[in-house]
Design a protein around this ligand. Sequence first.
Ligand SMILES: Cc1ncc(COP(=O)(O)O)c(C=O)c1O
Length: 424
Amino acid sequence: MTASRTETDLTSDATGFLRERLSTLKQAGLTRKLRELKGEPGPKVCWDGRQVLLLCSNNYLGLAADERLKQASLQAVENYGCGATGSRLISGNLELYGNLERDLARFKGSEAALVFPSGYQANLGTVSALAGPGDAIFSDALNHASLIDGSRLSRAEVLIYDHCNAEDLERKLASRPAARRKLILTESVFSMDGDLAPLEDIVCLAKKYEALLMVDEAHATGVFGPTGAGRIEALGLQQQVDIQMGTFSKALGSLGGYIAGSKELILYLVNHARSFIFTTGLPPAVLAASAAALRVVEKEPQRRKALWRNVAQLRQGLLKLGFDPGPEQSQILPLRLGEERRTMAACRLLLREGVFVQGIRPPTVPRGTARLRICPMALHTDDDIQEALAGFHKLRSALFSPKRRAASASMASAAAPSQPVSTS
Ligand SMILES: Cc1ncc(COP(=O)(O)O)c(C=O)c1O
């Protein structure tokens, strides 16, 4: 450091990497910006002063603005105020938690359950509490960032097995006979591809190799199973999955992650999961909304039926238009366009047509696999689905017409107020 440098020079030296990294992102077409929506999160939302069809939210059952959840939240504010006031282990363990965790355990068919402030924190804290140096984690190649970050934080050895490939998982399990503990991590419905993990095979492998099994049901809860408890319920595997993870933030329309399992597991996490211990409890309004959402999900299977009907209609329509939304597996329909700029141009074209479908780019998905992640909701009407398909019809013309080059160029330069941000 020379004496002649001004304070401004020093600041710009220290922050130069911000400009550099942002410019690299921009050149690669990967800059993300926040897009502001107004009003309630219904099947249509207000964006940039107009109503657009929302086809990219995780509010699969439409509960985020449900009157019963809103009333439960308002009542909780009246009764308990706004904040939890501290970590759950100090002053923030409101009585609402006990009721919610009992309901959750019953819903998931487990002995006990534990609520974390978010799904991200549930995964981060649980994986890093269960595994450590000397242990081996076996993780699906397309697992969510929260499972990856928890694995890294654990300092265990991490072996990535090919996506949904039980044979590769077995090879990897067999290769680590000396690991102190083995932990298998998988999502049950994959968030960006909408495909399904081979849970029955994975359960068998966990038994054979004496591994713990943790299944993330973030996108299955509320959507799969006779009571909406998820794919584990649908397959009758509640007693065979050691750690059932989920979140209230998607089909349940609220906020907060959770783990369901044995009483021993839950007590262990209360004492070891740092993302549970060293953070403030959720506010009363959120806990009350989550409890109300559980009741609705269990009592109203018709919401799931409506969702599946919309998924089928939209999928059929997309196929007829010549798009490939992948095999029929879940409520998540990925339309892979490959290149990032092309994907974001498609997203802008659809927005101009009144259809909001987010473009998903690296690092959320692997390079070269950028996509539109289409998610209808239970509340969309037949007219909404037709309106959406009219938008995709325009997109098809732009992508597949003989003048595709020119159209793609005009799509790429289409004016948009701001670039959308990935929601994953
Ligand atoms: C598979 C999966 N697990 C965990 C999470 C994290 O959940 P939350 O949004 O509640 O933090 C998400 C959501 O992004 C997810 O898709």
